[in-house]
Design a protein around this ligand. Structure first.
Ligand code: FES
Length: 156
């Protein structure tokens, strides 16, 4: 899992600072970046947004969506945006679920892989898209996806 980079947090804070009621969206961005909400990152984000850590934890613990623990060593994100969906993202999720033995949103028991579905990540021309940690896999085929994932994975 990547360490909290102050630059990323500054970008997220800047994006949401002036918008009312944007704490959930800022935390969503944070979790998209790290795969969960790391304590130090939440603390720093709160500092930059002028929101107390207690308020951040209130939100994070209220919504099941947010995770406070690193979900797994390798984060596999399957884009379920329209372009990727139409080009086979559901089959990719099904194949990964079958091979890894977890559903979307779950982590393998050995903590090596976390499988998740995400919204459009902005490279629809490469659909269907899967990311493994920071690596983007383009025009993925369900039949090959598990090999591609293993090739990109850290220490699996
Ligand atoms: S729909 Fe998947 S990248 Fe846009």
């Amino acid at each position: 899992m990547a360490a909290a980079a102050p630059g990323d947090l500054a970008v997220i804070a800047k994006r949401w600072k002036e918008k009312r009621g944007s704490l959930i969206m800022a935390l969503h961005d944070l979790q998209s970046r790290f795969g969960y909400v790391p304590r130090e990152a939440a603390l720093e984000l709160g500092r930059q947004l002028d929101v107390p850590l207690a308020r951040i934890y209130e939100v994070v613990t209220f919504y099941n969506y947010f995770k406070l623990e690193a979900p797994g060593r390798n984060i596999i994100s399957v884009c379920m945006g329209t372009a990727c969906y139409l080009k086979g993202a559901p089959e990719i999720v099904a194949k990964l679920s079958q091979k890894l033995g977890v559903k979307a949103g779950e982590t393998t028991p050995d903590k090596q892989f976390h499988l998740q579905q995400v919204r459009c990540i902005g490279c629809c021309g490469l659909a269907p898209v899967v990311t493994v940690n920071e690596k983007v896999l383009a025009k993925v085929k369900a039949a090959d996806v598990i090999d591609q994932v293993h090739a990109c994975a850290k220490g699996a």
